[in-house]
Design a binder for this molecule. Structure first.
Ligand SMILES: *Cc1c(COP(=O)(O)O)cnc(C)c1O
Length: 361
């Protein structure tokens, strides 16, 4: 059996050690005679898995006690839709900073029910840069300011936490959570679908400052209410136990590897290597994002001649480098290099790219 280096944007590659552990535990979890996915979510076995996952994520991210951690279903998109229901009064303004496809999606989820103000928009510039902070038009009375920390498709990443004063800051960290140390106390809400950097698709993480849960929000069903989810320990209905368990294994793996500081160093080296190959290719490869906001997680790039796209992808696949095709919105290529992508994978891609250029340049 040979595993390729998989550059998929999401669902994305998982640590091989985690997959092997899940495989070993698949039929008989810790001697109970059943798989963890065959047991009640309210039984002692899964309750232990859930508690450890939360404790490990808290340790990884140094999440302060005045923040709640929820493990929910519905992905990042559902989390986007639930923001105004939980945190904005009817008619209250909410501010959105749109720096790519996912920021636009976040806005789309809330437009129908709140007064959504686009405080800044990178679309006119093709999302190749982040509008300067002093150009943002924030509302005076916004319930929150939403931004996308890393734009997975456009490859644009905030390198600093934006200062929005006392208004709660909501960050979509779906593709960059746990990729480097983060000061959680600067946020009102941090949310992320798991399938990029945390584990398998099907579970999402919402980290929320507890005082915000006391906000009235808007009339909503219990299943859409974060307060109820907290009270019900993220188990108002049957949770995605398999996904939650796998995410928990990823957290343990990350802690054993050295935590977010170690991954930040690896991620800096991996992305610098790829951008270096692109920038030193004399225009054979091209990345159009402003250097200061280039993503460390998703590296979109184009070949100078589109006719080379197909041979590039085919030869990459032969070399054991898969899922490099860019998002259909942008075309070209994209290498997603989350925590679980080993440095050897990025080194192999860099070597392949240089060789491909030699053959076709
Ligand atoms: C993938 C992604 C989403 C959408 O996630 P789903 O879990 O599919 O809803 C939202 N935001 C960002 C930044 C993403 O990368």
């Amino acid at each position: 059996m040979s595993r390729a280096f998989n550059f998929s944007a999401g669902p994305a590659t998982l640590p091989e050690a985690v997959l092997r552990q899940a495989q070993a535990e698949m039929l008989d979890w810790h001697g109970v005679g059943a798989s963890i996915v065959e047991l009640s979510h309210r039984g002692p076995e899964f309750m232990q898995v859930a508690a450890e996952a939360e404790a490990d994520l808290r340790a990884l991210m140094s999440i302060p006690d005045d923040y709640a951690v929820l493990f929910l279903q519905g992905g990042a998109t559902t989390a986007q839709a639930l923001l105004p229901l939980n945190f904005a009064a009817p008619g209250q303004a909410v501010d959105y900073v749109v720096t790519g496809h996912w920021g636009k999606t976040a806005l789309k989820q809330v437009k129908h029910c709140v007064a959504a103000n686009v405080a800044a928009n990178g679309e006119p510039g093709g999302y190749r840069d982040i509008p300067a902070r002093d150009t943002w038009q924030l509302s005076s009375d916004a319930a929150y300011v939403h931004y996308t920390a890393n734009e997975t498709i456009h490859g644009v990443e905030f390198r600093d936490i934006p200062d929005v004063g006392d208004v709660p800051l909501v960050g979509d960290f779906s593709s960059s959570i746990v990729s480097e140390p983060l000061d959680v106390s600067k946020f009102g809400v941090i949310y992320a679908g798991a399938q990029k950097n945390l584990g398998p698709v099907g579970v999402s993480v919402v980290i929320v400052r507890r005082d915000l849960l006391e906000r009235a929000g808007q009339p909503r069903a219990e299943i859409l209410d974060y307060r109820a989810h907290l009270k019900g320990e993220s188990m108002l209905n049957t949770p995605p136990t398999w996904n939650w368990y796998l995410a928990g294994l990823v957290f343990k793996w990350m802690l054993a590897e050295g935590g977010v500081t170690e991954f930040a160093a690896r991620n800096a080296r991996k992305s610098a290597l790829l951008y270096g190959v692109i920038d030193q290719s004399g225009g054979f490869y091209r990345n159009e994002v402003a250097a200061a906001v280039r993503s460390r997680m998703n590296v979109p790039f184009f070949l100078h001649d589109e006719a080379l796209d197909k041979p590039f992808l085919a030869q990459a696949q032969e070399a054991g480098l898969i899922s490099l095709k860019g998002h259909r919105a942008l075309g070209g290529m994209r290498a997603s290099i989350y925590n679980a992508m080993p440095e050897e994978g990025v080194q192999a891609l860099a070597t392949f790219m240089r060789d491909f250029q030699q053959r076709h340049g």
